[in-house]
Design a binder for this molecule. Structure first.
Ligand SMILES: [Zn+2]
Length: 148
């Protein structure tokens, strides 16, 4: 059975608007760099740029920064993309608070964060997570997360 796919629009953020990761910086000086191809220099910057990518419905960025050996990786890219877009379209990305960053050597890191989210009815659906990242083939990748 196939599920009807609604056409969804990207959320546009211009260069001099605040970054959707809530850093307080201009988008072009923050996650915009990573969304346009600059490699995130740390697990923390990758994490922030993934939050901003969710807020902007950039499903390809989420997929391309997920470790293929992690539990969230899906072989069916089209289906995965659609599920990211439907999640991103169903919530407002109100805030991001970094609680802790820890490095395990140079190729593994953890970032604990609190994401403030609201669903379309205005109900709080935020969550906190400790995410695990690995540095592989010259870039940081999201591997998995544990709820806090
Ligand atoms: Zn940012």
């Amino acid at each position: 059975m196939s599920v009807p796919i609604k056409k969804r629009q990207r959320v546009k953020v211009s260069r001099y608007e605040p970054c959707p990761c809530h850093s307080g910086q201009f988008y072009s000086k923050c996650c915009g760099l990573f969304h346009s191809g600059v490699k995130a220099p740390s697990a923390l910057t990758l994490m922030r740029s993934r939050y901003a990518a969710y807020a902007m419905h950039l499903a390809d960025y989420i997929i391309d920064t997920t470790d293929s050996s992690g539990p969230q990786y899906e072989a069916d890219r089209g289906k995965w993309k659609d599920s990211i877009e439907s999640f991103a379209s169903s919530v407002h990305f109100d805030g991001l608070e970094i609680l802790e960053e820890s490095l395990i050597g140079s190729e593994e890191a953890y970032v604990a964060f609190k994401a403030s989210l609201r669903d379309v009815r205005g109900n709080d659906c935020g969550f906190s997570e400790r995410s695990r990242f690995f540095f592989k083939a010259d870039k940081w990748l999201y591997h998995s997360g544990v709820p806090l």
